[in-house]
Design a protein around this ligand. Structure first.
Ligand code: NAP
Length: 213
């Protein structure tokens, strides 16, 4: 089993996240993708009154209907900051030896991974799939050599870097959708429409609960 993991603050989830997940599922031949909303992201503030329950519920509604997508509450149930290393340890224990993990992350976030808790261990626990942004110079090779291990070797045909001990790092371009959670929150605050940026069910949830006003 090849299990994709897409962690995020998802404040709120939008079509950029969903389309990237769908394309990566096909390109990397993943069997499933688990969306993992963070309870307390170590790197971001989630301003009240938006609650963890709201962010979780929007993710649930957004992925419902895609048989390859599911949601994990692991970070929401765990007290304290939502460190990815603890999440990957959990999935490695619970998924079993037959399952390979693929943590999906944007290039911007990945290039800061050396600031994450126990970041070297992350590369023992899971493969990474880094979402390339069009026009952004490919800085992965130098980053891996300088920060993770000088022994990562390119395997360009398969768009990945391989290592004799650590897990692989894949890189993939996905359709560029210039949508961000910040933009959506700003639009709502200004009283503008967010239609076609988020699934209809997420839009309705935001409107009905009066979020982000
Ligand atoms: P987010 O903003 O909610 O977004 C989730 C992912 O989707 C990110 O990797 C983001 O990449 C990508 N994305 C956003 N908009 C997109 C678009 N329009 N098209 C394609 N991809 C898009 O997530 P986040 O708050 O940055 O967190 C990402 C993960 O990193 C979470 O699991 C978080 O817990 C983890 N993290 C862990 C630590 C730690 O353990 N210490 C520290 C920091 C983050 P971009 O980053 O490129 O926008």
């Amino acid at each position: 089993m090849r299990l994709g993991l897409l962690g995020g603050t998802f404040n709120p989830i939008h079509f950029g996240h969903l389309r990237a997940a769908e394309e990566i599922r096909e390109k990397i031949r993943l069997d499933r993708i688990t969306f993992i909303p963070s309870a307390l992201p170590p790197h971001k503030k989630v301003e009240p009154p938006i609650t963890v329950a709201d962010r979780l519920e929007m993710v649930r509604r957004a992925v419902a209907g895609n048989p390859f997508f599911e949601v994990s509450e692991i970070e929401i149930r765990r007290p304290g900051l939502s460190y990815t290393v603890e999440t990957l340890r959990h999935f490695q224990r619970s998924a079993g030896a037959e399952t390979e993990l693929f943590f999906i992350v944007g290039m911007d976030a990945f290039l800061e991974i050396n600031t994450w808790e126990s970041y070297k261990e992350l590369f023992q626990l899971s493969h990474f799939v880094v979402l390339e942004r069009p026009g952004t110079p490919h800085a992965l090779e130098k980053f891996l050599a300088d920060n993770i291990s000088p022994d990562y070797r390119p395997d360009n045909e398969k768009r990945r870097y391989l290592h004799h001990e650590l897990r692989a790092v894949f890189f993939q371009a996905v359709t560029s959708l210039d949508i961000s959670s910040t933009k959506i929150r700003d639009l709502v605050k200004e009283g503008c429409s967010i239609r076609y940026l988020v699934p209809r069910v997420v839009e309705e949830y935001i409107i009905n609960k009066g979020l982000y006003k």
